[in-house]
Design a protein around this ligand. Structure first.
Ligand code: ADP
Ligand code: MG
Length: 287
């Protein structure tokens, strides 16, 4: 493409709310065959809400919120909001620790409290009954946060984060244009698959720890794929940098916006379709 064509392509994209940082990004984007999406805040609204509590509701919510009050994770905010809605008083917590990609721990009234995914619990410390309830909720696209006392799960909190209304349309347009779509998330496999089914994503890579997201992108690249990664979080920054094209949500964290070479100002995945179309037009890749 000529320098003028590049400028025109970039300006037209900007008019549609798609910021392309440089001509190289536009060129790379014309060559992509696989698009990998973060889940929370990218495919979904990123505004999780507590829907179910299994176990003694008051105790479970109080313990969880008392600890989550010190966490900045979106799931933590949902738990604290639910406790407030129930007018529960929070208890002082000591030794708060965030366990990245898994949950939080701390002590409350001398008991060791664990809040988070199954990865926090040793084999056998989640009863069959709690585990069965969890599976049913996860298959209904709800993220399960277990609440543990002294290592043993005593209940769980189910949290729902709905897909953005435009995500499904964006996936359909990308699939129709021949792109392979992938979801990459730290959440559980059943939850990820349920949301992938709702929006029409072909492949799911779940249970990935934050520091492994970039490795998953590199694995796809080693298999010969040209990969765009779309994300919004602090822990998406390495994957945004490693991908052939990093696409950040404009509502995302500063570091994600900094790491991407394309930014979607409208926080709407239809912007990915627009960016890739504009790239193909500019580089005459539309047959
Ligand atoms: P994502 O890839 O969806 O952004 P994360 O890597 O942040 O997810 O977290 C992965 C999983 O770890 C969550 O689905 C949840 O089960 C658990 N988790 C992480 N942080 C917390 C927290 N503060 N409270 C409860 N659960 C948490
Ligand atoms: Mg996210």
């Amino acid at each position: 493409a000529t320098p003028t064509a590049l400028m025109v392509g970039t300006a037209r994209a900007a008019n549609m709310g798609v910021l392309i940082k440089n001509g190289e990004a536009l060129q790379e984007a014309s060559d992509i065959d696989t698009i990998v999406f973060d889940k929370t805040g990218t495919i979904t609204n990123g505004k999780p809400v507590v829907t179910d509590v299994i176990g003694p509701r008051k105790e479970i919510l109080q313990l969880a919120a008392s600890l989550e009050d010190s966490s900045e994770h979106p799931l933590a905010q949902a738990v604290v909001a639910a406790a407030k809605a129930d007018k529960l008083d929070l208890t002082a917590a000591n030794n708060f620790k965030a366990i990245e990609g898994k949950g939080v721990s701390g002590s409350i009234n001398g008991q060791e409290i664990l809040i988070g995914s199954e990865k926090l619990f040793a084999d056998g410390n989640i009863s069959q009954e709690i585990s069965n309830q969890a599976t049913a909720l996860q298959k209904a696209a709800k993220t399960v946060v277990y609440v543990g006392k002294n290592g043993q799960a005593v209940g769980l909190i189910a949290i729902q984060d709905a897909p953005k209304p435009t995500s499904k349309e964006a996936m359909a347009a990308l699939t129709k244009r021949g792109y392979h779509t992938v979801m990459l998330t730290g959440d559980n496999q059943d939850v990820a698959q349920a949301i992938a089914d709702q929006v029409g994503i072909s492949e799911v890579i779940a249970g990935v720890l934050p520091n492994q997201k970039a490795d998953e992108i590199q694995k796809l690249q080693s298999a010969g794929r040209k990969v765009a990664f779309v994300g919004d979080g602090i822990n998406d920054a390495p994957a945004l940098s490693v991908a052939d094209v990093g696409i950040a949500m404009g509502s995302g964290t500063d570091i994600a916006i900094e790491s991407g070479s394309i930014v979607l100002m409208q926080n709407d995945l239809r912007g990915v379709v627009k960016a890739l179309e504009m790239a193909k037009k500019t580089f005459n890749r539309i047959k």
